[in-house]
Design a protein around this ligand. Structure first.
Ligand SMILES: Cc1cc2nc3c(=O)[nH]c(=O)nc-3n(C[C@H](O)[C@H](O)[C@H](O)COP(=O)(O)OP(=O)(O)OC[C@H]3O[C@@H](n4cnc5c(N)ncnc54)[C@H](O)[C@@H]3O)c2cc1C
Length: 501
């Protein structure tokens, strides 16, 4: 249905509910968005629509054993709410923290659960978005209008993981489970488990399952970098022992972590070999001199081309060292009735195969978008700082960092959105969009990310769905928190890139 049709429905159709701002999703970004709107734009009405039955997004929908963060919660937590626990946190702890943010700031009354948005149409005459959502609790269609759309839908499709098709899968007599679709009834005590994958999810599942399973084998096509160490931040512990206020501890610890991460990231570009050897040295310290670290834990790419997960207390490596878990680095030839046959000719027998094989990229929440009756092709747009897009009015999305915690960017975007909304009010306008300026006309238009810089599988598989970028900082999502934290607040909203109506 086009925007015009939506707005001229027969009088019998219930009138849409109107809000100044509509937030899509109640994950860590959407709850943060609600907080920032409430604090910085208290005069704006807003609603958060969420498909699921509760808040949390990633931390609500993922149910695999051991589910935890892979970056520290001092920076994955919001800048405005101190994190008091160990830096690497379980999903349950993160949900509790988010629940406190909702309670302490009276956000619950703004969130509607079970609302799956499937259609969004912009009408340039009315300067409004019309949003259609299915209320999954009642089965009824709901319509909303809003002036501004704040997209906090994350980047992958929840509850439907990416599972490659391998020959012989139908013949396998055990159970195949995807990490994103964990069955509540899965019993794995004393079972032989084969985990396919080498990323943070595999690294979490393996030690968690190894505690009860007979044996867990990790089958990886190629190795990944990990960091490992004690699940504690010394400075936070010291300050706490001194009785320092938690708000101070949060701020100081964040600054220390961010300072060190910045140093580390720069080192991966300036001295990649040194960083690589340091990372591998930690792995060796857990696995001992006889373990083939070269084969199983030495990636062929330079550190930071893919996200580096932190392994608390090196539990993955401890599991391997204890003999409860093992690693096979080889490719899958096919499934057999008993397990998996590798290209190297090894049959890995298993009662359960866990596919930790990644995501389906989900741009814009699987919502069909229209601008003045014309379907939106997101791939044809160019991004402004990874949050606005040429030709899409009154919309910002939150796409966080990969080399730093996601939420650092969600907070920065929150400030930006509120500043932009106030700026529009001050100018007396109701529409803003970004457009290439005359000086940008000859700028090369490139894919969303540079694979030389960052190249995880789900982004590579989904590049044709993502917007494009230019070669100037303002027309890119540059993954650099340390630059953006200073640039965002200073961005001139009267720059010619912003077109107001
Ligand atoms: C297992 C796992 C561990 C991770 N660990 C870390 C980590 O330690 N550190 C880090 O920085 N990042 C991590 N990430 C990345 C992580 O996804 C983000 O950091 C962050 O949680 C994303 O939050 P979000 O709110 O933007 O999106 P999500 O958590 O994906 O939440 C989006 C919400 O929007 C809702 N939604 C989507 N589409 C619609 C629609 N059409 N209508 C209504 N609602 C909709 C979804 O139901 C969901 O609740 C991890 C990811 C995974 C999968």
């Amino acid at each position: 249905m086009s925007a015009a049709e939506t707005l001229t429905r027969p009088a019998t159709a219930p009138r849409p509910e109107h809000f100044d701002v509509l937030v899509v999703g109640a994950g860590i970004s959407g709850v943060g968005a609600a907080y920032h709107l409430g604090r910085q734009c208290p005069e704006k009405s807003y609603v958060v629509l969420e498909t699921e039955a509760s808040f949390g997004g990633t931390w609500w929908t993922h149910r695999y054993p051991g589910i935890r963060s892979d970056s520290d919660l001092h920076t994955f937590g919001y800048r405005f709410k101190p994190w008091r626990g160990a830096p690497i946190a379980t999903a349950e702890e993160i949900l509790r923290y988010m629940g406190e943010v909702i309670d302490e700031n009276d956000l619950a009354r703004h969130i509607r659960y079970h609302h799956r948005i499937h259609h969004a149409a912009w009408d340039s005459q009315a300067k409004l978005w019309t949003i259609q959502a299915l209320d999954q609790a009642s089965g009824e269609e709901r319509r909303f209008t809003c002036n501004f759309l704040y997209m906090c839908q994350g980047y992958y499709r929840h509850r439907q993981g990416y599972l490659p098709e391998w020959p012989g899968m139908a013949d396998y007599q055990g159970r195949i489970v995807h990490s994103e679709e964990w069955p509540e009834d899965l019993q794995y005590e004393d079972k032989r488990v084969l985990v396919i994958g080498s990323g943070a999810t595999a690294a979490t599942i393996i030690p968690a399952m190894a505690a009860k399973a007979q044996h867990v084998t990790m089958l990886q096509r190629s190795p990944t970098y990990f960091r490992a160490g004690r699940n504690a931040i010394e400075i936070a512990e010291e300050l706490r022992a001194l009785g320092i206020d938690e708000e101070w501890i949060h701020e100081i610890t964040r600054r220390k972590i961010l300072f060190e991460q910045d140093k580390f990231t720069r080192m991966t570009f300036s001295h990649p070999e040194r960083v690589k050897q340091e990372l591998l040295g930690v792995v060796r310290s857990y696995l001992g001199p006889d373990y083939d670290v070269e084969k199983h834990f030495t990636p062929s790419y330079r550190p930071w081309r893919q996200r580096i997960a932190f392994i608390p207390d090196g539990d993955l490596f401890q599991g391997i060292a204890s003999g409860k878990a093992s690693v096979v680095t080889d490719e899958i030839e096919r499934f057999t009735p008993r397990g998996v046959l590798t290209k190297g000719g090894q049959e890995l027998e298993a009662d359960i195969v866990v596919a930790a094989t990644g995501f389906h990229l989900n741009v814009l929440g699987d919502i069909a978008f229209e601008i003045d009756g014309k379907p939106l092709d997101f791939h044809e747009t160019v991004t402004y700082r990874g949050m606005m897009f040429t030709g899409i009015p009154n919309m910002v999305w939150v796409f966080g960092y990969f080399r730093a915690s996601w939420t650092l960017r969600a907070d920065l975007v929150g400030d930006f959105v509120c500043r932009l909304l106030k700026h529009m009010d001050a100018k007396g306008v109701r529409q803003v969009e970004v457009a290439l300026r005359p000086e940008d006309r000859d700028m090369p238009i490139l894919p969303w990310i540079d694979p030389e810089n960052f190249n995880p599988g789900y982004l590579m598989r989904g590049m044709h769905l993502l917007p494009k970028r230019g070669d100037k900082p303002e027309w890119q999502h540059n993954q650099d928190y340390w630059a953006e934290k200073d640039e965002f607040p200073k961005t001139s909203l009267d720059d010619a890139a912003f077109v107001y109506r």
